[in-house]
Every structure is written in C-alpha cells, then in structure tokens.
Design a protein around this ligand. Structure first.
Ligand code: FAD
Length: 469
C-alpha cells in the first residue's frame, strides 16, 4: 500500500528519515504538503520564502518521477481523509517542536491510529531531541554552556543519502495549485528586491555549506562578528525550511575540526545555540509569547506599535547608523547579520524601552530565515527577560559597537544612502523596496538620533532601578 509522506519544514531529499523509511517500506510514496492555519498565519517574508521553497521542491520531486501533492485545511481532518482516499497503509513525517504543531501532530497521529493506519514521526529538524538532554537533576537546561557541554561529545548519526528513486503510484491524487495559494501576496515590499538574495533549495544549501567549509570556517571565529564581511555560513535561510539538515552541517563542521580549521568549533557551538532554542521552546513554550522570566510582565515596556519611535526603528531612520543599516539590510535581503540583530534588539528594548514582542513580530514579518525558537530566544535574550539572557542593565552602546565591529564603516555605507555622494547599490535598493507612504528618499538628510545612546541608557537604567520586582 502507498505511504503518505507529510512534508513540512523539510524540503530536501537527503538526510530525510521519513522519506527514506517510506521508500524502505515498499510501495508507492506520495509526498503531500498541507496548507493549514499555521501556514496561513506566517509573516509576509517567511510565507513568501516558503512558497519559493515549495515550488522548487516540487520540481525536484518531479525530476525524480514523483510529485508534491498540495492540499489545504485542518490536518486533523485532511491527512486522515487523504490517507483513506489513497488506501495508504502508513503516514510518515518529521517532527516539529512548536506547541501548536505538537498538538496538531498528536491529534493526527491518534486519528490515523483509530483508522488502523500506521503513523510515525521521525527526528531530523534537530540533532538532539529536546527530551533527551537533561541536567544531573533530571530537569531541562536553562543555561547554554552546560547544555553545550552535555551534547558536544554525543554522536550524531551520519546523514542518510537521498533515496535513488521514489516509487510513484499508478495514478496521482488531485493536487491544488501552488500559485493559487498566493503565498507571496503579503510580500508587498519588493519581492523582486529580496529575490536575488535568496539561495533556494537543497543543492544551493549544500553549495553554501561547501563554500563555507572551503573558505570561511577557518576564520569564522573572528569574522563572524564583522557584519561588513561575508564570514558566516548564511545557512539559517535553508535550515529554517529544512533544505539542509543540522546533522549535515554538524558533520561538515566535525570534519573541518579534524582538519584543524580554527573556527570549526565555534560553528558547531552556533548550531547548538539553535538546538538550545528548540530545547527551551519545547520545555517552556511560553517563551514564544510571554516573558520567560515572568516578573518582567510588570516592567513598563511601551507596547504601542504606533509610536513614532517604533516606526522610526522599523523604517531604519532612528539616526543610529548601526541600527538603521541593520534594519535596512533585513528589509532588502530578508536576513540580518547576527551582530545587527543583537544591536537593533537592544536599542528597541533598552534605549527605546519598547516591548520585545514588537520587535519579535517585525522580524517574523521580514525574515526569510524566520525560526520560531531562535527568534523568540534571541529577542528575550536581548531584552533581558529570557533564560541565560544578557541582563537588562547591560546596554549595548550602538556607537561604540560600530567602532568595534565596523571600524571602516563598510557595513553602514553599504546600507545607508543619505549623505553619500555615490551611495552603494544595496543602499539604493532599500528605497525601491519600501512603501511610498514612508516618504523616504536617498537625498534626505540623514536624521539625528531620535534617542541618543547616553540618554537612552540613562532612561533604561532608571526604569530598571525603579522596577518593583
Ligand atoms: P552562522 O553564524 O553561520 O551560524 C550557523 C547556524 O547556527 C545558523 O544558521 C543558525 O542556525 C545557528 N545559529 C547561529 N547563531 C544563533 C543564535 N544566536 N541562535 C540560534 N541559532 C543560531 N536565527 C534564525 O535562524 N531565525 C531567526 O528568526 C532568528 N532571529 C533572531 C532574533 C534575534 C533578536 C537575535 C539576536 C538572533 C536571531 N537569530 C535567528 C539567530 C542568529 O542571528 C542567526 O541564526 C544567524 O545570524 C544566521 O546567520 P548564519 O546562518 O550565517 O549563521
């Protein structure tokens, strides 16, 4: 009987345990992607990027004589009904870890079992299942370093090769049409602008990993902090949609370490930050929606998104160059350098005293590498409300940060046009991407700071000292 493989954030053929198991089971393999409420609820950029990923993956499957069947609706009803329609004996998928997906998948599993259909989920999106990592006291980890120490010597299974063939059914079930889903509809801010920065699909992701290991990893521990240098892997975009697996990255990193490449261990540590984010989300799902340190609910954050300061932050015109460059980089490329993420998050939550949720939501709308766990951990870490967070009283100074990490101003001059006689092409692209109602032009005078580093720091510290927790 056929096996239904429910494709989710795993748009690849290699190191795909569910797909491999489906082939091994014998019988036709039918890949299906379901557009449910979770897909509909995605932010503009990640939804658009998902659409590109699905279109590409469907082509790859077709190249293998297979297809990607598209359906819409509530998985609890649609997946069991489709399995019945096809006479499938089994439904396989790779696990997700966010609370809404977990609840959905649990229900689907039960519904399939009631029908006598085998339902099985596999690991793959993570290397270390969150429930398998625990402290000596049998609890989960709240601090990164001991988490890293407890997993770094674990063996991670070698990645599985892509199946050589995907057996097709005699007749394919009906499929909806990807274009009809219009997953890019809300991407009204220059999809054409962002598109050249996208590296789509499994092959591109493997090429990215290969290029990183060949020429960047050796200096990664130094260059990863310099936003003007393309010194990182850029794989977050592909990891977010499972176009590459973390285990594939891990094994490549291990090989680089054996070859004595200096930055390799730092790269492995970063992959483990991603695992740690999932560990936290699994054990404390409230990290997605509420202050992880609950006492922070009493802090007087500004929660009004319409405030002029919030607008200036989103639009990249705070008058703080590091902040504005990073916000514009995100708008144009769909990604932002990690140093930039930390600085814009610190500026919003500390200098501007705005709730981290405002920033979290804006990132969710703009990032093509949006990841629920890493985004939430990153924001709560920056705001001081998260586990193992930078304390609130440690306020990054975005001006001295610039002297430290963008000494030659290569980053800010790439992303800011105002005041430059011959602005960088990317800085000009920003003005093609933004809506006209923002009323910004490259010929404007670059604004003076809406809140200066000193003033913002003072205000934030005073609020912190006067808090009543
Ligand atoms: P590399 O430096 O090459 O690192 C390799 C991989 O390790 C990354 O692809 C990523 O999967 C993982 N990684 C690296 N740093 C971190 C980190 N701090 N936390 C978790 N995983 C990490 N990352 C996302 O993937 N999606 C997000 O939505 C996201 N939002 C963030 C929001 C804030 C406020 C902050 C401070 C960080 C956020 N990050 C997010 C983490 C980090 O900035 C990105 O993973 C990184 O910049 C991606 O670039 P890269 O692939 O070149 O990373």
């Amino acid at each position: 009987s056929p096996t239904l493989v429910w494709i989710r954030r795993d748009l690849r053929l290699s190191d795909h345990a569910a797909l491999t198991a489906a082939v091994a089971r014998g019988g036709p393999v039918i890949p299906v992607f379901l557009r449910d409420a979770l897909v509909d609820g995605l932010g503009a950029a990640p939804k658009w990027r998902l659409g590109l990923g699905l279109g590409h993956f469907a082509e790859v499957l077709e190249g293998k004589g297979s297809r990607l069947i598209l359906r819409s609706g509530d998985a609890r009803a649609v997946i069991p009904a489709l399995a019945q329609e096809l006479g499938a004996g089994a439904v396989y998928w790779q696990r997700a870890y966010d609370p809404a997906s977990v609840e959905r998948d649990t229900d689907v599993k039960a519904a399939l079992k009631d029908l006598g259909i085998e339902a099985k989920s596999f690991a793959g999106h993570l290397m270390f299942e969150p429930w398998t990592v625990e402290t000596g006291q049998g609890t989960f980890y709240k601090v990164y370093t001991p988490f890293w120490k407890s997993v770094r010597d674990r063996s991670v299974e070698a990645p599985i090769a892509a199946p050589s063939a995907l057996p097709a059914p005699d007749t394919w079930p009906d499929s909806e049409v990807l274009e009809d889903w219009a997953l890019g509809a809300a991407m009204n801010r220059g999809a054409d602008v962002v598109r050249p920065f996208v590296q789509l699909g499994e092959q591109a992701a493997q090429a990215r990993l290969g290029a990183f290991m060949a020429s960047k990893v050796a200096r990664y521990d130094v260059t990863r902090d310099l936003p003007a240098v393309d010194g990182t892997s850029n794989l977050s975009e592909n990891l977010a949609l499972g176009e590459i697996s973390p285990a594939q990255c891990w094994h490549a990193g291990q090989r680089a370490m054996e070859e004595g490449k200096a930055g390799a261990e730092t790269f492995l540590k970063e992959l483990v930050w991603r695992e740690f984010a999932y560990h936290l989300m699994w054990h404390t799902p409230r990290i997605l929606t509420d202050n992880w340190r609950e006492e922070w609910a009493a802090f007087l954050w500004n929660e009004d998104e319409r405030k002029a300061e919030v607008k200036a932050w989103k639009q990249g015109r705070t008058g703080i160059r590091f902040v504005d460059a990073a916000m514009r980089e995100m708008y144009v490329t769909g990604r932002m350098h990690n140093r930039g993420r930390m600085i814009v998050a610190s500026y919003l939550t500390k200098h501007l005293m705005c709730h981290w949720k405002i920033g979290l939501r804006w990132f969710e709308d703009c990032l093509i590498d949006w990841d629920p766990a890493s985004n939430a951990m990153g924001w709560q870490w920056s705001a001081g409300s998260g586990p193992d967070a930078t304390p609130y009283f440690r306020v990054f100074n975005p001006v001295t940060q610039l002297d430290k990490f963008d000494k030659d101003r290569g980053y800010v001059s790439r992303w800011i046009a105002e005041g430059y006689r011959r602005p960088h092409d990317d800085a000009l692209k920003y003005f093609e991407a933004i809506p006209r109602r923002w009323k910004m032009t490259p010929d404007d005078v670059y604004p003076s700071p809406i809140v200066s580093p000193e003033e913002g720091r003072k205000r934030a510290l005073a609020a912190y000292e006067n808090r009543d927790f």
